[in-house]
Design a protein around this ligand. Structure first.
Ligand code: NAD
Length: 298
């Protein structure tokens, strides 16, 4: 069997187009653009790339993008004051503080300062609690993107066995909550899990979010399972490569022969993250303006 490739890039493009439609509708209904503010502290090169691509995607989707940069040595109080200002600004619907923050800043304190109804990253404990209890809130972008891909591929997930490898607050835990909400039987595996291959072999759905290149092997996979690879790992360059290849947490070439469907790296989960961020920002705009956005539209 050769697995179907789940084309996250194409799905993300469709989602972004739908977000654009809803952003225009929002503007027509409210008289203003939906607004997303991104805050970057310091000059971490990877964060700068992310912030640039978020800005570009926000503008392309027909939303207002507000970019705020603070120097790496800014005081935590300065960042908290900026967050308070964005919380109070009615033209800002979503606030994203790019992580990681410099070591002298307390990330938990900064996230806690964001208005939960503008927390489009879904990291605020209020949104974590809403997800855990099945209330409406914001869900972290990467796992929500994974769920969208799974539902597109499998339809109803009810009763399926899911194994999530990784228990981070950003990916693993919210992914498990989302699958539970879809009535999957969910196991969360992590670095202390015993007999991981055996556990993964039970799964109809495998989500790998570990950060270890090509860790999940073909003989861990139940034939026909759906495999979502969240990992992004750069291998050391070989031969005349200037940069090493990007690979996921799944040994793609061999797992393809066993799985029913699989996301590639790159081009699988990665493109979904920004598309879901834009989706969350438009949803925030509708909610903040007290306007109705029917659930099936985004
Ligand atoms: P993290 O380092 O916070 O968490 C990794 C998890 O893997 C931990 O919970 C740990 O217990 C588990 N783990 C480590 N070694 C293990 C082992 N040998 N067996 C089983 N579990 C093990 O990482 P994260 O932020 O959740 O990210 C995971 C991966 O996903 C990384 O490669 C990251 O780059 C990628 N990622 C991609 C996107 C995207 O947009 N596609 C977004 C976020 C993260």
């Amino acid at each position: 069997m050769t697995a179907d490739v789940i084309d996250g890039k194409a799905f993300a493009a469709t989602l972004r187009a739908r977000v654009g439609t809803e952003a225009r509708r929002f503007e027509a209904d409210s008289g203003r653009k939906a607004g997303l503010a991104v805050v970057l502290v310091g000059e971490d090169p990877a964060s700068q790339v992310y912030v640039r691509s978020k800005h570009k995607a926000t503008v392309e989707a027909g939303m207002a993008s507000f970019e705020h940069r603070l120097p790496a040595d800014a005081a935590e109080a300065e960042l908290l004051a900026l967050v308070a200002q964005l919380n109070a600004d009615p033209s800002v619907d979503g606030i994203l503080v790019q992580l990681p923050l410099p070591p002298h800043m307390d990330e938990a304190k900064v996230i806690a300062a964001i208005d939960p109804d503008k927390d489009v990253d879904g990291f605020h404990v209020v949104n974590v609690g809403r997800l855990a209890t099945g209330l409406h809130g914001f869900v972290p972008c990467t796992p929500l993107g994974c769920l969208m891909l799974l539902k597109e591929r499998l339809g109803d997930l009810s009763g399926l066995e899911a194994v999530v490898i990784g228990r981070s607050n950003i990916v693993g835990k919210p992914m498990a909550q989302l699958l539970l909400q879809e009535s999957c039987t969910v196991t969360i595996a992590h670095s202390r899990t015993r007999n991981l291959p055996e556990m993964v072999r039970r799964a109809d759905i495998v989500v790998a979010a570990v950060g270890r290149p090509e860790m999940v092997k073909a003989d861990w996979i139940k034939p026909g399972a759906t495999v979502i690879d969240v990992g992004i790992n750069r291998l050391p360059p070989t031969g005349d490569e200037s940069k090493g290849r990007l690979v996921g947490d799944v040994a793609y070439d061999e797992v393809r022969d066993v799985a029913g469907a699989i996301t590639p790296v790159p081009g699988g989960v990665g493109p979904m993250t920004i598309a879901v961020l834009l989706r969350n920002a438009v949803v925030a705009a509708y909610r903040n303006a007290g306007l109705d956005l029917p659930k099936d539209r985004l």
